[in-house]
Design a protein around this ligand. Structure first.
Ligand code: HXC
Ligand code: NAP
Length: 293
């Protein structure tokens, strides 16, 4: 992979004057996206449950980029907290232009081992949290007659489903349905709604919960990806910066996959033939050509 991949893609000031809220923006992919949005001139609000983590990240981001970051403690499961977070953001920056629904919770487990509460915990963070934030921002944009932009971070198993992460798959599938529904319903208010479906992008939060201990070696994600590598955070930042910018102004209701081809590799019926050694293909061709009709 060339060094240019880890550089930013958009021109300087591409997000100048925009205020962007990223839920779960203190860690992992939310943090990576936030740094790039700041480098492109945006004001940033990062929000999640752990205010100490957010404040540390905000200081680091401001030092690195010279941008302005507001850290607000807010549990996205609680609608009143979401409204208060929005109010504080508007008070500080004057208005909010973009919402990135990035906060999530997840863990692996055979479904029958889960308590009802464990199932709900994930649905509440991912689906209800994204609903709460979209609802609060949508009401605000429509009543203030402002354009808006919602970007939902889903996963590729939002469309395929996946064993062992069933609460997350149900919740992300719901967020994808909300993306397509609101794109149509709120389009006439000038509110765009899109989603991104990332494949494997290593983060502490995801890897500790999905690939604990030796599983990271045993279940090496890069072997599942046709490009034979995991994603670079800047690659996701480049795509999401485009989607939250005005350069993508005619994209609405879309989900863009960024996974190196991972989910399609799992889907194609004959994809496992990559295991066939090159020298075997002469014999296979002979056999298939001479097959009786
Ligand atoms: C089974 C579990 C469990 C586990 C918790 N529970 N962990 N059950 N296996 N590993 C159960 C608890 O016993 C409890 O049920 C219920 O879930 C709620 O647990 P709490 O700890 O009270 O919940 P909460 O504090 O809300 O924490 C939520 C959390 C936690 C999801 C459990 O891990 C968290 O805060 N995660 C946030 C960050 C995160 O998950 N990041 C990864 C996103 S990655 P009972 O019945 O005992 O009360 C991602 C990537 C997708 O989405 C694709 C990657 C390739
Ligand atoms: P992460 O670092 O664990 O991020 C999750 C964030 O959500 C944390 O900052 C967490 O902060 C916040 N959060 C959790 N519960 C919350 C709540 N109730 N209210 C508010 N915030 C809450 O993991 P990540 O890998 O960067 O994941 C970011 C997004 O990318 C998620 O939507 C995930 O599903 C998606 N994704 C990741 C991958 C990957 O390979 N990493 C692949 C596909 C999709 P607090 O603990 O402070 O609340």
């Amino acid at each position: 992979m060339g060094a240019d991949v880890i550089n930013g893609m958009l021109k300087e000031d591409a997000l100048k004057g925009k205020t962007i809220i990223i839920t779960g923006g203190g860690t992992g992919l939310g943090k990576a996206m936030g740094i790039y949005f700041l480098q492109l001139g945006a004001n940033l609000v990062i929000t999640s449950r752990k205010l100490d983590v957010l404040q540390r990240t905000a200081t680091e981001m401001e030092t690195k980029t010279g941008g302005r970051v507001l850290a607000v403690g807010c549990d996205v499961r609680n609608y009143d907290q979401v409204e208060a977070m929005l109010k504080q953001s508007v008070a500080v920056f004057g208005r909010v232009d973009v919402l990135v629904n990035n906060a999530a919770g997840n863990f692996i487990s055979p479904t029958e081992r889960l308590s009802a509460n464990a199932f709900s915990a994930i649905i509440d963070i991912v689906l209800k949290g994204s609903v709460n934030c979209s609802l609060a921002l949508g009401k605000y944009w429509i009543s203030e007659k402002l354009p808006g932009n919602i970007l939902n971070i889903v996963t590729t198993y939002a469309f395929t489903g996946s064993a062992y992460v069933v609460p997350s798959a149900c919740a992300k599938g719901g967020v994808l349905a909300m993306t397509r529904s609101l794109a149509v319903e709120w389009g006439r208010h000038g509110i765009r709604t899109n989603a991104v479906a990332p494949g494997p992008f290593p983060t502490k939060g995801a890897w500790e919960r999905l690939l604990p201990g030796e599983m990271a070696q045993k279940f090496d994600f890069k072997n599942r990806v046709p490009l034979k590598r995991v994603g670079e955070h800047q690659e996701l930042a480049n795509l999401t910066a485009f989607l939250v910018s005005d350069f993508s102004g005619y994209i609405n209701g879309e989900v863009i996959t960024i996974d190196g081809g991972e989910w399609l590799q799992g889907a194609g019926q004959f994809n496992a033939l990559e295991m066939v050694p090159a020298e075997m293909w002469d014999n296979i061709e002979q056999a298939t050509r001479s097959a009786s009709t």
